[in-house]
Design a protein around this ligand. Structure first.
Ligand code: ADP
Length: 660
C-alpha cells in the first residue's frame, strides 16, 4: 500500500478520499487554490500545497503544478476525484512519466471511452447494445439529416465530446433538424473545441440506469450492481438510488453482464461506470437498454453503491492502484437494502435551477436518522464557508440506507426537513418536494419527471403570519444585540428588560413588512403585523422556531423551506436608493468577461451590454430598455451580487439584470 498520496481535487470528494486514506494509514496531501486556502479539505489533509489562483484553469486543471506538488511532498500516487483532471488521458501520461501512479484507469482506457462516437463503435464490436443511431465520422448536414430520418423522429443530437448535457438537442421534426444541429455544434465548439456530433434515437420514457464496475491490473472485472439516476434537471442528476426501482432479475443480469463485457473490452482497471439508457415505456425489459457512455472515474453518486454492497470503493481504488487484486470476487458481492443520495446545491430551483453563490452563514445537518436507517453526510464545507462562483455549487450529499426503498426515502425526507442552510439560495425544498412526489415515491421515474412536475416541485408557499411574526421577533432582538447564531437567547434577555412594544421593519422579497413586537408578562411574544396574514394580524407564541440570524437577514425554517427576510439597515438605505435608480445590478457574483458598450453609448432594449461569467457559465446581460450609458463595469472586474454593472443616464428604472 502507498505511504502517501496526493488528492488532485477539492470539496466533498477530496474530504471523502482523505477519510478512507486515513483509515488505511495512508498519509494525504491536499492541493488548493487561493479561494480554498481555508477550506475543509486543506484542514483535513496531513499536508497541503498551494497551486494557484482561484479559476480552475490556474489551479485544479494545472496538471504540471499538481505533479510538481506530488514530487515535492514525496507522494507516490495521485487520486483525481471526479471532474477536473480525472478523465484527462494526457494528464495520466504525465503522471506516469513523472514516475507516479495514477489512481484510476490507464490513459488508453480513458481514450477508448473519451469520445461518445468512438466508444459506441467499440462497444458495438464488443457485443454491448448501443442506442440505435448514427455515430460515424462523416458530418455533412445532408447525411446527418438523412440518418435522422432513417433512425426516426424524435432524435437526439449529441456532441461526440459531450459532457454535462452540453451540445445536446432533442429534435421532434425534420424541419427543425438543421437549426438544432447548428446550435448543438455552436455549443459543442464553445465547450469542447470539437463540433462533431452523433445522432441517436430519442428513447421513449427514458430511464438512466448505470452499472458500477471495477477492474484490477490482473484482468479481473466485476460489477457492483446498478444505480438509478433518472431524477435529473438540466440533464444533471439530483437524487440517485440503488438498486433501481422495479428492476427485474432478467434486466439486471443482461445489464451487469454487458457492463462487465464493456470493462473487459478496454482492460479496465479501477472504478468505472457504464451508463445505460433504458426504455421504460413498457416496463423494464431485458432487450430495451442501451449503452450511452462510460465514465472512467469514481462517480459523485458512488456512496449509494457502497451502502447497498457494504464496500468502500475508495479503499478498492487504492488497493487496486497499488497493485493488489480486487478485494472481492463477483460471487462475494451481495446486494442488501436500498440507498438514496440527494445532492444539496446552492441553486435557485424556481429560476430554472440557476446556480447560486453566497456565504453559508448557517449550516446544520440532522445529527440523527430514524431507527433502522443509516445516514452519511458527504460535504466539503463548514458553516461560514463560501460557495464561490469558481467551482461546482454542490454543498453536500445526504446519503441514506435502510432495509427497503420506502424506509430509505422516509429517512431522506425527514432529514431534508431538518436541514438548515442560510446565506445562499439552496435546493432543499425542491429535493424534499421531489422525495415526496407521488410518482417518484412510487418508483415511477424517468428522466423528464422533474421537468414534467417542475412547477409543483419548485413552488414555495408564501410565509405564514406565524413565520413572519417569528422573523419580526428575531429582528427586534437583533436590534438590541449583535446578530448571533442563537438569537432566541438574546431575545430572552431582551424580554426581561423591554416590556414596551418595539417597532420592527422587515422585507420579504419586494414585500415590506412592519411589525410591533412586545413581550407579555408571562414571557410570551405578542406580534402585531401591519397587515393581516392568515386572516389575522396578531400573533402570540412562546416556542422558539428554527431560525438563523446572519448579517442583514433572518432565515426562518419551516420543514425543508428556509424563508429569508431582509432586515433593512436604516443607514444603508439612502445609498441603496441612489445606486438603484436607473441601474442594472449583477444577479450573482462573477467576472465581467466582455463589455460590449461604453460610457455615452445610446443602446436599445435587448442589446447585449456585458458578458458575466459566473458558475462556469456565461450570462449575457442585455439592456432592459433604451437609454444612454452613464457608467459600465470594466472588463476583468470581479463583482458580487448586487454590484451595479450598468447605470443609465436620467432614467428611473432600477432592476436586477436578467440573465440569458
Ligand atoms: P452527457 O455526457 O452530456 O451528460 P449523456 O450521453 O450522458 O450526456 O446523456 C445525459 C442524459 O441525457 C441522460 O442521462 C439521459 O437523461 C438523456 N439522454 C441521453 N441519450 C438519450 C437518448 N438517446 N434518448 C433519451 N434521452 C437521452
Amino acid at each position: 500500500m502507498f505511504a502517501k498520496i496526493l488528492i488532485a481535487n477539492r470539496g466533498e470528494i477530496a474530504c471523502r478520499v482523505i477519510r478512507t486514506a486515513r483509515k488505511m494509514g495512508v498519509r494525504t496531501v491536499a492541493v488548493y487554490s487561493d479561494a480554498d486556502a481555508k477550506s475543509l479539505h486543506v484542514e483535513m489533509a496531513d499536508e497541503a500545497v498551494h497551486i494557484g489562483a482561484s479559476p480552475v484553469g490556474e489551479s485544479y486543471l494545472r496538471g504540471d503544478k499538481i505533479i510538481a506538488a506530488a514530487l515535492a511532498t514525496g507522494a507516490q500516487a495521485i487520486h483525481p476525484g471526479y471532474g477536473f483532471l480525472s478523465e484527462n488521458p494526457d494528464f495520466v501520461d504525465q503522471v506516469v512519466a513523472a514516475g507516479l501512479i495514477f489512481i484510476g484507469p490507464s490513459a488508453a482506457s480513458i481514450r477508448a471511452m473519451g469520445l461518445k462516437d468512438a466508444a459506441k463503435r467499440l462497444m458495438e464490436k464488443a457485443g454491448v447494445p448501443v442506442v440505435p443511431g448514427y455515430h460515424g465520422e462523416a458530418q455533412e448536414i445532408v447525411l446527418l439529416a438523412s440518418k435522422a430520418r432513417e433512425i426516426g423522429y424524435p432524435v437526439l443530437i449529441k456532441a461526440r465530446a459531450g459532457g454535462g448535457g452540453k451540445g445536446m438537442r432533442r429534435v421532434e421534426h425534420p424541419d427543425e433538424f438543421s437549426e438544432a444541429l447548428s446550435s448543438a455544434r455552436r455549443e459543442a465548439k464553445a465547450a469542447f473545441g470539437d463540433d462533431r456530433v452523433l445522432v441517436e434515437k430519442y428513447v421513449d420514457k427514458p430511464r438512466h440506469i448505470e452499472v458500477q464496475v471495477f477492474g484490477d491490473n490482473f484482468g479481473n472485472a466485476v460489477h457492483l450492481y446498478e444505480r438509478d439516476c433518472s431524477a435529473q434537471r438540466r440533464h444533471q442528476k439530483v437524487i440517485e438510488e440503488a438498486p433501481a426501482p422495479g428492476m427485474t432479475e432478467a434486466l439486471r443480469k443482461a445489464m451487469t453482464e454487458a457492463a462487465v463485457k464493456a470493462a473487459k473490452a478496454i482492460n479496465y482497471s479501477g472504478a468505472g461506470t457504464i451508463e445505460f439508457i433504458v426504455d421504460a415505456s413498457q416496463g423494464l425489459k431485458a432487450d430495451r437498454f442501451w449503452f450511452m457512455e462510460m465514465n472512467t472515474r469514481l462517480q459523485v453518486e458512488h456512496p449509494v453503491t457502497e451502502m447497498v454492497t457494504g464496500t468502500d470503493l475508495v479503499e478498492w481504488q487504492l488497493r487496486v492502484a497499488s497493485g493488489e487484486k480486487l478485494p472481492k470476487m463477483q460471487s462475494e458481492i451481495a446486494l442488501a437494502g436500498h440507498a438514496f443520495e440527494a445532492r444539496i446545491y446552492a441553486e435557485d430551483a424556481a429560476k430554472g435551477f440557476l446556480p447560486a453563490t453566497g456565504t453559508l452563514h448557517h449550516l446544520k445537518f440532522p445529527d440523527a436518522t430514524p431507527e433502522g436507517a443509516t445516514m452519511r453526510i458527504e460535504t466539503g464545507v463548514r458553516a461560514g464557508d463560501a460557495i464561490s462562483p469558481y467551482y461546482d455549487p454542490m454543498i453536500a450529499k445526504l446519503v441514506f440506507h435502510a432495509k427497503d426503498r420506502q424506509a430509505a426515502l422516509d429517512a431522506l425526507g425527514s432529514a431534508l426537513s431538518r436541514t438548515e442552510i442560510a446565506g445562499s439560495t439552496v435546493n432543499t425544498a425542491f429535493l424534499a418536494a421531489l422525495a415526496a412526489d407521488p410518482d417518484f415515491a412510487a418508483g415511477d421515474v424517468d428522466t423528464s419527471l422533474i421537468a414534467r412536475h417542475q412547477t409543483a416541485l419548485t413552488e414555495i408557499a408564501p410565509p405564514t403570519g406565524e413565520t413572519i411574526a417569528a422573523a419580526a421577533v428575531a429582528a427586534s432582538g437583533a436590534g438590541a444585540a449583535p446578530p448571533s447564531n442563537d438569537p432566541w437567547s438574546s431575545i430572552a434577555g431582551y424580554a426581561h428588560f423591554h416590556s414596551v412594544a418595539r417597532r420592527t421593519r422587515l422585507k420579504f422579497g419586494e414585500d415590506d413588512i412592519a411589525a410591533k413586537v412586545s413581550v407579555r408578562p408571562d414571557g410570551r411574544f405578542q406580534v402585531a403585523l401591519d397587515k393581516p396574514y392568515d386572516d389575522t394580524n396578531s400573533h402570540d407564541f412562546r416556542a422558539a422556531p428554527r431560525l438563523a440570524c446572519w448579517p442583514g437577514h433572518i432565515t426562518v425554517f419551516e420543514g425543508a423551506v428556509g424563508y429569508t427576510f431582509a432586515v433593512p439597515d436604516p443607514l444603508a438605505r439612502a445609498d441603496d436608493a441612489a445606486a438603484g435608480a436607473g441601474s442594472l445590478r449583477a444577479p450573482m457574483p462573477g467576472l465581467v468577461k466582455l463589455a460590449r458598450a461604453a460610457i455615452g453609448d445610446a443602446v436599445i432594449k435587448g442589446q447585449p451590454l456585458l458578458i458575466l461569467e459566473a458558475m462556469k457559465m456565461e450570462h449575457t446581460i442585455a439592456a432592459p430598455h433604451d437609454g444612454v450609458i452613464a457608467e459600465i463595469a470594466t472588463e476583468g472586474a470581479q463583482v458580487t451580487d448586487g454590484t451595479v454593472l450598468v447605470r443609465f443616464v436620467e432614467d428611473q428604472n432600477a432592476s436586477t439584470a436578467a440573465v440569458s
